[in-house]
Design a protein around this ligand. Sequence first.
Ligand SMILES: [Zn+2]
Length: 543
Amino acid sequence: MAQRTKEIPTADPAWRSRRRTALAVLIIAAVSTASATFAPSDSLPRFIAITHDTTIVRGAILDGVPVVPLREAVEAAGASVAPIDSLAALDLRFRTHHVRLIERNPFAVVFVRATGEADLVQLPAPSRTYGGRAYLSLRSLEAVLRGVTNAPVRWDGEHTLVLEDSTADPASAFEITGLHVEQRLNGYLMTVRASRPLGTVESWLKPDGWLFLTVENARADTVALRSVRAGGAIRQVLVFQSATSVQITLKVAPDVEAAEVLKDPNSNDLLVNLRTRSASTQQDLERRRQAMKEREDAERRSRWKLDVVVIDPGHGGKDPGTIGVRGTYEKNIVLGIGLKLGELIKKHMPDVKVVYTRSTDKFVELYRRTQMANEAGGKLFISIHCNAIEKKPSRTNGFEIYLLRPGRTDDAVRVAALENAVIELESDRSRYKALTEEEFILVTMAQAAYMKHSERFAEITARALDDHTTLRNGGVKQAGFYVLVGASMPNVLVETGYLSNVKDEAFLRSQTGQQQVAEAILKGLQSYRTVYERDVNEGMGGR
Ligand SMILES: [Zn+2]
């Protein structure tokens, strides 16, 4: 996605020198309220919210990314912002949704206020703080707004995002705008027209013919609803609007024996099947439900299709990684294995695209590795490393496969510290927050959708490495590796062996050893694909 690539801030060494200029621009940036006519567009990014007034929030370009001050932009869009101190997070309180943003975390958690349901939205770029003030890229702001409001969001030129007035059309101020009944063979289909997706709906048909429909978190155009003409299936319509919900109470024809409510897959409307003694309406609804399910299944299959595998050879360039008993550099071994694995995938799984985070001896920042994987639409992220302990030579040997979770043992914490140490070589270390327990809760939440498959791949690949190499099986473990934090796909880190062990080092530095490891991982990948695609087809693929 070219747009997204353009959005991502770069971390080149020149960044610090440019920072002062950027800050100067930000100090000048301010919020102003303007009249309905817009000044001629300038080159600075702007967010224009047309609500009761027109508010223009001026931003700046930071590292090539158009950003706006987060609080001002969100308030202009009609929401409030509350900090959650302990988590370096912000809660954006929109009318129907809460959005939780975590600094430097590319995932936003979107809560539906009425139901408490939560969903994760991946932003083109995470929020960032400069001088104690939070900024959000215009593209990320667009993604947030599209998730929480039905008001039109559009671009006016490259750097101006506009939120249109949703109340300009009086009808759209209401979620529920009308009601329509049509007779079907042996039944009725009632359509409750909705301008926006509705919250939870509960229905109850009492034996005396009163049907109660309660729609959470919605406002109804009561005038329109009460003016529905009685006759046919509907004998009387009563509408009660409370602060948080709408109750529509209908007296239905005496021959209606059941009412079934479902959301129309093609619109925001509610469909209420009023079934009379023998119902062919039922069949019609059944067909629609089937069509909806098929479409959802097809979408899920394509979203989860294992078509892009990202290979991440650890370290590189100025970062040699760990150094073996005979002076072998980890960066060279893992690059060798990574490239061999890539070639094997291309040969044996030709429909799978291989993406490398590096295919040469160069330095790549940790955050950039998963960012590249996400940009490439990766479906599996395999980070390849070699282990070591301080005492060289030493007897400790074997491979281990790690999942991203808080380290359970001192040993796991040690390995994570070893692999995370590369951050010291990066130019902007402030990107990496300490992986405290609290941070882990958020990271784990963001990864919950992928954890089941990360575990599957880890287990299958551990078995394959055990079967196809002479390396000792150190099993599947867990620890906090920064390189895995941002991945929006199943992900593992493979510690292929100990360079502090004479035998492991000799095996891993040999071409045959590297080839064996690559072949074992390929075998793991092939078995995993079978399991994974079966899961997805059975609808167990998670989100
Ligand atoms: Zn490493």
